[in-house]
Design a protein around this ligand. Structure first.
Ligand SMILES: N[C@@H](CCC(=O)N[C@@H](CS)C(=O)NCC(=O)O)C(=O)O
Length: 240
């Protein structure tokens, strides 16, 4: 059975965390909204959101369909994929830890998103620029360093190679790489400064790019470039 990923077709967004795991797992998947044909495309994704007969409907993309199972929430999708494809530890303790790290990564992603949409997702960035400037200042000066220092600390405490969150590569490592990429894109000056104090985070990020399947994916046309319609956006005025 081929997995079906449902996510907006033109952005990396939160769907990218799932794409990276699927690519690393080397499994077949249909990126439904990016595909053309019957029961494909954005309309198929919106139809699934609206379907009245689903007992467990998802609130928002991304979500993943595996047969008659539909799983939503990025961290939850990764929890599901991780244990099925060797991208999570076998022990309950290890799985919980990986999930905890992933949830923390998703918190950071939300805080990054809120720098350009601090008032409401229903308004344009241009309609909330003063608030965005204040929120971005707080992210640059306080929140981003705090998150990166926490990631640095857990890498130090792992005590293995410093290149991974756990003993083996997990979906949380792939996600941390994606966040570092996103921060470097959105806040080149602030992220470069904060990452100077988080060398293990940079090392992990670099190590992920060396994974053969990830390297091939990153070089391919399938990887959507960052843009200003995405979660990670580059507005020079928000980089301070
Ligand atoms: N916590 C959810 C957030 C999902 C989310 O915010 N999805 C965005 C795209 S990245 C969306 O389409 N939101 C529509 C909405 O909130 O109405 C997750 O991690 O999957």
């Amino acid at each position: 059975m081929t997995y079906e990923l449902f996510y907006w077709p033109t952005i990396q967004g939160r769907g990218e965390f799932v794409r990276l795991a699927l690519e690393q797992a080397g499994v077949e998947y249909t990126d439904v909204a990016r595909s053309e044909g019957p029961e494909l495309g954005v309309s198929a994704m919106l139809e699934l959101v609206e379907r009245k007969d689903l007992a467990h409907p998802s609130f928002a993309p991304p979500f993943l369909r595996d047969g008659d199972l539909v799983v939503g929430q990025t961290a939850n999708i990764l929890l599901y994929l991780g244990s099925r494809h060797g991208l999570a530890p076998r022990s309950e303790r290890g799985r919980l830890w990986t999930h905890q790290v992933q949830l923390t990564i998703m918190d950071l992603v939300t805080e990054v998103h809120d720098t350009h949409h601090p008032v409401s997702v229903d308004l344009y960035y241009e309609d909330q620029k003063p608030e965005a400037a204040r929120r971005a200042k707080s992210l640059r000066e306080s929140r981003m360093p705090k998150y990166l220092q926490w990631f640095e600390r857990i890498l130090e405490r792992n005590g293995k190679t410093g290149q991974r969150i756990g003993r083996e590569l997990t979906y949380a490592d792939l996600s941390l790489f994606q966040v570092v990429e996103g921060l470097n894109y959105s806040f080149p000056t602030a992220a470069s400064r904060a990452l100077t104090d988080a060398p293990l985070v940079s090392t992990l990020s670099e190590a992920v790019t060396q994974q053969p399947r990830i390297a091939a994916y990153l070089e391919s046309d399938w990887r959507i470039p960052f843009s200003e319609d995405d979660v990670f956006r580059y507005y020079p005025e928000l980089d301070g």
